[in-house]
Design a binder for this molecule. Sequence first.
Ligand SMILES: O=C(O)CCC(=O)C(=O)O
Length: 245
Amino acid sequence: MQDFVVSTSASPDDLRDRFFEYGILVFPDYLSGSSVSVLSRTVQDHFMPILNDPERLRDRSTSKINFDVDVVPWDPLADGDAGFTELANEERLARLTESVLGEGFSAPRGLVMWSIGGGKGQAWHQDCPADKPKAFNMNRLFYLQDTTVDDGAIVVVPGSHTRGRIPRGGSQSPIEGEVVLTPSSGTLVFLHGHVFHRVTPNVSGKPRVSANFRAYPVGITQEVNQIGVYRDGAYDFTKKKRVDR
Ligand SMILES: O=C(O)CCC(=O)C(=O)O
């Protein structure tokens, strides 16, 4: 078993040490089958009308940013969804997050990311520039299905959060040391925003879903994610344009 695959009963020190060594923690079986069923149904009810409306799908997709990223995002917390709000406010989740980020962390938003077969996945990226080591987000990713390589594996380079800017290169070209993860249903992943990571294209013909409740250490706000860094450039999500980085 990889050293970043952990149990929710591990000690806070152990979780923090492993997180800052690898930039990733994987908690298998975090969600019960019944929670997954409720949340999956919510996601399906939200996205099904959009699925049958190609224009709306295109309009909401991130594919416009031109970095080989193709997901349709939705913030269920902003829409007041009860199931996702309950998940975001779970005491157990707060405890695990605090073990890693310390007291006073914030987690203002939730993001369900949905993609359908034929998309581009997500190109290699860092969620924010890595020039200031303390300025980072932590992704808290929930997987609501058994995610196969064909659905879109999440590929990470453990420990790369200490290596500065992601190297230039192809959006899905392998990087030495990468690990391909296919999270099973109910898995929770904590992922440091400076870790090099990508999602392989969804070619399965069925929707791929992950839900991400990003958390920030005290003193860091969600504005840290204004600029996403890709291998061959960067994107300013506020100004909605490509920037040099
Ligand atoms: O959906 C995933 O598995 C990963 C999402 C991701 O790359 C991100 O939120 O930055």
